[in-house]
Design a protein around this ligand. Structure first.
Ligand SMILES: Nc1nc2c(ncn2[C@@H]2O[C@H](COP(=O)(O)OP(=O)(O)OP(=O)(O)O)[C@@H](O)[C@H]2O)c(=O)[nH]1
Ligand SMILES: [Mg+2]
Length: 297
């Protein structure tokens, strides 16, 4: 039970709390959460990007005290969306959580396109297929709290069940993004099991329900840039208070891209986020980027 003075939505997955009462864990035991320890990190998202809309103001804490954001993207079925991954990167940098890209369904398609898009970023990534061993991933999860985020059907729960065989997380069939049912409906933190020969803490993993979009209304326009470390250095030559928008003739980012220092598509993605924060258009609209099948968010 939660002590009443803590309020309704105060405790989230990952919180460290103080309990009073019967903490034996036996059937019928009752304990009360009386205090929430100060959070080391808070991963948030909003329903959309615009703080002037009701959805934009509706901020959700996804998880507290995570060290690592595992961005789970299938290489096919559903297809990868770099716009979504870019949003997750912004949220991770904003929350002070390290990102890790986990590309699932590598048995269905190759990772070249997605990995190529992030070349300048040196974003760590792992590939997962049904028959791959998960040692590399386990090593990256060890000793930390990691939270899995991704669209519905990308294989988060499948992965959790492989990592934590006792987890028994429900696994669903893939339906069209945004229209189907999400198999997982709440976030759950699970302790990773010790592996034979593995020493030290194997870490914790948090499975979350699939999300349609990662709204960023809570991230300021300046902080958006932190999700694009490959562009940051390019802004050094910008005039003071440069908005970095396409119509800003003196913005140095175009020259930065022309000089081959960053990928044109990353700049386009950053500018789409800027525009979406300003309330221009629906961030979930994939059709706005017809030239780039990867770009949807
Ligand atoms: N071919 C292939 N299929 C996979 C792989 N991983 C998961 N799947 C399948 O993808 C479907 C969806 O997997 P889930 O684990 O339920 O996906 P999820 O991300 O937890 O989905 P939500 O709970 O809705 O967010 C299932 O039919 C899995 O069997 C993989 O590496 N390769
Ligand atoms: Mg799931």
């Amino acid at each position: 039970m939660r002590a009443r003075e803590l309020g309704r939505k105060s405790v989230v997955v990952g919180d460290r709390v103080s309990l009073v009462g019967d903490v034996s864990g036996t059937d019928g035991a009752l304990a009360r959460i009386v205090r929430i320890t100060e959070r080391r990190s808070v991963l948030r998202r909003t329903a959309d990007d615009d703080e002037n809309t009701a959805e934009g103001r509706l901020e959700r804490v996804v998880v507290a005290n995570a060290d690592q954001l595992v961005i789970v993207s299938a290489l096919a079925d559903p297809p990868p969306r770099t716009g979504f991954i870019d949003r997750c990167l912004v949220a991770a940098y904003d929350a002070g959580i390290e990102p890790l890209l986990c590309l699932t369904k590598a048995d269905l398609a190759g990772p070249e396109q997605v990995v190529g898009y992030y070349t300048e970023l040196e974003l760590p990534y792992v590939l997962v297929r049904p028959d791959s061993d998960l040692d590399a991933l386990r090593a990256l999860l060890a000793g930390r709290v990691s939270v899995l985020v991704g669209h519905s059907g990308v294989g988060k729960s499948t992965l959790v069940n492989r990592l934590v065989p006792d987890a028994l997380r429900a696994v669903g069939v893939v339906s069209a993004i945004g229209r189907g049912r999400h198999t997982s409906t709440s976030a759950v933190a699970l302790r990773l099991p010790r592996t034979p020969g593995g020493d030290g803490d194997p870490g914790w993993i948090v499975d979350t329900p699939g999300i349609r979009s990662f709204g960023l209304a809570h991230v300021s326009a300046e902080s958006l840039l932190h999700g694009f470390p490959d562009l940051v250095e390019g802004t050094v030559e910008c005039p003071p208070n440069c908005p970095h928008t396409p119509d800003e003739a003196d913005c140095a980012l175009d020259a930065w891209v022309t000089a081959g220092k960053a990928d044109q598509r990353r700049l386009a993605s950053y500018r789409r986020l800027l525009a979406s924060r300003a309330g221009e258009g629906d961030p979930r609209e994939v059709e706005r980027n017809p030239g780039d099948p990867l770009a949807g968010s």
